[in-house]
Design a protein around this ligand. Structure first.
Ligand code: NAD
Length: 279
């Protein structure tokens, strides 16, 4: 990819899924990567994987809903590598399918805080550094649910529509100041987020009482695995290309948007969805 070599990038949610694949892709392109995640163990794993492949990366613990923590993340990038060229604001959560009237205020606030406010918090800290440099590229993670409504996912869909609007508005503010701002809208992608939606078996096994009841865990794991297969099958039916995406396919789109090949693209949300948005 043109112009990624020797740059510095932040990837939030870099400990897993799309964030990890993108952090690894950036490192392959010769970019110094700041892997930022609220889960320290998986974030460190991403750094270890990048270093084992000969790349350069640093981990920083961040909660994207916390301004101080986000400012610390940006400061780490600048202190460690001297600048900040690229930011992939990607951290997000997805809760299970819930009717709108059954969503509690606490659940609503938490999801919107991470998925939407978290993107604003990150950009608020990143933009001044990029403006001062006179250059920078930001890619935010929206979703197919940010382009169309999804029954049972109203809070998630609202947060991702918010990301699309936020991306357009900030792109306009910074278009003449050397900073491009775009988003990707992933279709269904093989990551932990779908496991979280189904109540992942890792979470169940980590509860001590449940851990003792191994037969029940087996039954639950079989049920979850069946539900995952159903999720994959139903996702495949919805995707014109007939399959779900690999996280690396999102990473490729992000790398393109961050490269100089995309130098005249700003304010857009790129669906990376096997044709779903065209349907
Ligand atoms: P994932 O669960 O594998 O990764 C999400 C990462 O975000 C995790 O490492 C998690 O620890 C981190 N994170 C969560 N809350 C955080 C916080 N407060 N601060 C910092 N980090 C936090 O899931 P993924 O699929 O890779 O998700 C990445 C993004 O892609 C999300 O924004 C998600 O909404 C979006 N997305 C995913 C899909 C899909 O099908 N997987 C589809 C559309 C959009």
């Amino acid at each position: 990819m043109k112009a990624l070599d020797g740059k510095t990038a932040i990837v939030t949610g870099g400990g897993s899924g799309i964030g990890r694949a993108t952090a690894e892709r950036f490192a392959e392109e010769g970019t110094n990567v700041v892997v930022a995640d609220v889960v320290e163990e998986t974030g460190h794993e991403t750094v270890d994987r990048i270093e084992a492949a000969g790349g350069e990366a640093t981990f920083v613990a961040v909660d994207v809903t916390d301004t101080e923590s986000v400012e610390g993340m940006v400061a780490t990038a600048v202190d460690t590598y001297g600048r900040l060229d690229v930011a992939f604001n990607n951290a997000g959560i997805l809760t299970g399918f819930t009717e709108t009237t059954s969503i509690s205020e606490e659940q609503w606030d938490r999801l919107l805080d991470i998925n939407l406010k978290g993107i604003w918090t990150c950009m608020k800290a990143e933009l001044p550094v990029m403006e001062q440099q006179g250059s920078g590229v930001i890619v935010n993670t929206a979703s197919e649910s940010g382009l169309v409504g999804m029954a049972g996912l109203s809070s998630y869909s609202a947060s991702k529509h918010g990301v699309v609007g936020l991306t357009k508005s900030v792109a306009l503010e910074y278009a003449s100041r050397g900073v491009r701002v775009n988003a990707i809208a992933p279709g269904p992608t093989k990551t932990n987020i779908s496991s979280g939606m189904l109540g992942g078996s890792d979470t169940l096994s980590s509860i001590p009482f449940v851990g003792q009841v191994s037969r029940w865990i087996q039954v639950l794991e079989m049920t979850i695995s069946t539900m995952r297969a159903e999720f994959d099958t139903s996702a495949m039916r919805d995707v014109p290309m007939g399959r779900v995406a690999e996280p690396e396919e999102m990473a490729g789109a992000v790398a393109f948007l961050c490269s100089s090949d995309a130098s005249f693209i700003t304010g857009h949300t790129l669906p990376v969805d096997g044709g779903q948005a065209a349907d």
